[in-house]
Structures are given as structure tokens and as C-alpha cells.
Design a protein around this ligand. Structure first.
Ligand SMILES: [Zn+2]
Ligand SMILES: [Zn+2]
Length: 354
């Protein structure tokens, strides 16, 4: 499936446009997103993180996931990876082969190795029927369902809760939610209709349901990260629901996928996009120079996986270059820890002490 194709296709011309405008405007964009850009800021380390979408044990061997996790742990790399129990239409927690069982073991270990787990919802496709144990044959796709104005808080809460319970059976705790993108005809048509009513957004009822479940301590932590859209310039962290020590934050990546994307395409691999060999340029350097509090990108398992992914070597190249040039200037954090620290400090002030 062409995952997230909608936002990414739209972003390409915009990115070219923004690439040609002045640094002054880029600075304005940061400020308008709520960042402290004052000179003399005490912050001397920028946060690094990522979201890894579509992770599953169906397209490659589960060992590939272990290799990815072990690499992250060995190098102190922190980020997030989706866990989608019903990716193949049935829950691999209820019904599994040895490879899927191995994958569940590795997914359970992900957090202890530095990697958060998001529900990219149950199937990344049609809604899952928890009574029959299989996904619906037809009907609405999960990503679109998150946008539908008529779905109630209770309906979202029940569905999310069922996913949390299912993952819990395998000892896996979620830290947040990633919107599964979809470019199918039905989704494209309905997204276009919704856009005519205003800017496209995940329903507030879905965020409220996530907050309720956080308050029930059904997630790993009290503050949840959500991955929805990304922008190199107009990025930021957006509070979507909060009460006391609980919160739900849309934490926007500010760097794109140049590790092969969901197409596993060699044309879409470019380590220099992140950081060049001499450590002088690339988006990580640009965000550092602009005193952005973080640089976060997203990737896809199809392109990133160590078994068949065309982006795996590039990912290792990028992390080697970061180690070589930026070891005293950056600090890796999981998205869940970023939103938690942000919530408790009421802003980015925590980043000044990293
Ligand atoms: Zn996806
Ligand atoms: Zn669709």
C-alpha cells in the first residue's frame, strides 16, 4: 500500500517552495510554532528521534526486527516503531507461527532497547472485528475512521481499548498512536470531502478517548505521543488533550523519510539529506543551526528493514556520521519521553538541561 502517500505527495512541491525562501522566514516559522529562538539560549543539545512506520513480521523475517533493535541499543539510538497486531488480517497474538511468535518477543523487548511502540491501529487497513478475530472484509479504513466526525468518544475508546488489551496479552505496552496513511480510492475521495469542510484533522473525540485511556493507565505512560503529519519548517508539538499529569501531544517530525519510503525504492535513499559526510550540512545541521529543540524524522519498515530494505545501510551511515560529528551536540530521546518532559515542564525549557 502506498502508506502516507497523501501527505507526502502534497509535501513535495511545498518543500521545494520552502527550500527557496529566506532563512529569516524559516526562523519566523519556528517562532510561530512556539519555539524559543532567542539568542543566548542555554540549550546546547538538540533532541534526535524518529518514528518507524508499518513494522511487521510479514514482509521480512522477524530476525530483521531484532537486528534493528539491537543496532539501536548498541548505539544508544532512541525512537519509536509501530506495532500492528492485525497487519495480516488476524491478530498474531491470538494466532501465530514461529516467526510471528519471535516477532512478538522482540516487540516486547523494544522499549527496553530504547524504542517506543505506537498503535498504527490494529490492521493499518479495515477495522478489526474483535468478536470474530478477523478484520472486516470491506468498509472504512482505520486511518480515515480516525477523522470521521460522527464517531463518538465511546466508540474510539472501545476500539483503542481492545487493541491495548490485545497487545497486553503479549506483554506489549503502547506509548501512543500513529495515523496510518492510505491512498486508496475510497479514502482519497472521503479525505477530499472532509478537506472541503476545513483543514483535515484527526477527530477531537479520538484524542479525548486516548486521554481517557491514559487516565486509566492503559498505556505505558501518562503522556502520549501521536504522529500525524510532518513538516520541515512548520513543525511543532501540539497539545490535543490534557488533564493534570495526563496528556496527548501531536509531536510533528521535522524531517522526512529518505531511507527508501514504503516503496523500498533506491531512488528515495539519501543519507546526505540528514547529514553529509563532512558533517557540514543536511537537515540535522540546519535544525541545529536554527536552534530547533529537536530533529525528528520518520521511516518505513519496507525501506528500513535490515533484510531487504534499501535504506538500512544509509540509516547506519547517518548514525555513524552523527556519532562522528555531533556526539556532544545531540541527545537521542524516545517520542514518549519527549512529550512527557514537555508536558511536565509546560514547554521546551527541559531541553535546556539536556
Ligand atoms: Zn503506515
Ligand atoms: Zn484507504
Amino acid at each position: 500500500m502506498d502508506i502516507h502517500s497523501r501527505i507526502k505527495k502534497n509535501l513535495i512541491p511545498r518543500r521545494r517552495f520552502l527550500g527557496s525562501i529566506s532563512a529569516a522566514f524559516a526562523l519566523f516559522a519556528f517562532q510561530s510554532a512556539g519555539f524559543s529562538c532567542k539568542s543566548g539560549s542555554r540549550r546546547d543539545k538538540m533532541i534526535l528521534s524518529f518514528y518507524l512506520d508499518d513494522t511487521n513480521p510479514e514482509i521480512v523475517n522477524a530476525e530483521a526486527y531484532k537486528e534493528f533493535l539491537d543496532y539501536c541499543q548498541a548505539n544508544g539510538i532512541k525512537g519509536e516503531s509501530s506495532f500492528i497486531p492485525g497487519y495480516n488480517g488476524r491478530s498474531i497474538i491470538s494466532e501465530n507461527n514461529q516467526n510471528q511468535l519471535n516477532y512478538l518477543e522482540y516487540a516486547k523487548d523494544a522499549w527496553s532497547k530504547g524504542i517506543d511502540s505506537h498503535m498504527e491501529i490494529m490492521t493499518h487497513n479495515t477495522l478489526f472485528n474483535f468478536e470474530s478475530g478477523i478484520k472486516n472484509e470491506g468498509g472504512i479504513h482505520e486511518g480515515l475512521w480516525l477523522h470521521e466526525p460522527d464517531v463518538t468518544i465511546e466508540e474510539y475508546q472501545k476500539y483503542f481499548s481492545d487493541i491495548l488489551d490485545e497487545a497486553e496479552k503479549a506483554g506489549i505496552k503502547y506509548t501512543g498512536l500513529t495515523w496510518p496513511g492510505c491512498g486508496c480510492e475510497a479514502c482519497t475521495k472521503r479525505y477530499a470531502e472532509l478537506k472541503q469542510q476545513g483543514p483535515l484533522k484527526i477527530s477531537q473525540a479520538a484524542f479525548d478517548a486516548l486521554l481517557n485511556l491514559a487516565k486509566n493507565d492503559q498505556f505505558r505512560s501518562r503522556v502520549l505521543s501521536v504522529f500525524y503529519e510532518a513538516s520541515e519548517t512548520e513543525f511543532g508539538i501540539h497539545k490535543r488533550a490534557a488533564e493534570g499529569k495526563y496528556g496527548v501531544y501531536d509531536l510533528m517530525p521535522n524531517a522526512m523519510d529518505h531511507f527508501g519510503i514504503w516503496e523500498n525504492s533506491a531512488d528515495r535513499v539519501n543519507p546526505d539529506y540528514y547529514i553529509t559526510e563532512d558533517g557540514q550540512s543536511g537537515i540535522i545541521i540546519r535544525h541545529l543551526e536554527n536552534k530547533a529543540p529537536y530533529c525528528m524524522w520518520y521511516m518505513h519498515w519496507q525501506g528500513l528493514n535490515p533484510e531487504k530494505g534499501v535504506g538500512w545501510e544509509a540509516f547506519k551511515t547517518v548514525t555513524d556520521r552523527i556519532n562522528k560529528h555531533l556526539s556532544d551536540k545531540v541527545v537521542w530521546m524516545r517520542p514518549g519521553d519527549i512529550v512527557t518532559a514537555y508536558h511536565h515542564s509546560g514547554g521546551w525549557s527541559f531541553a535546556e538541561d539536556l
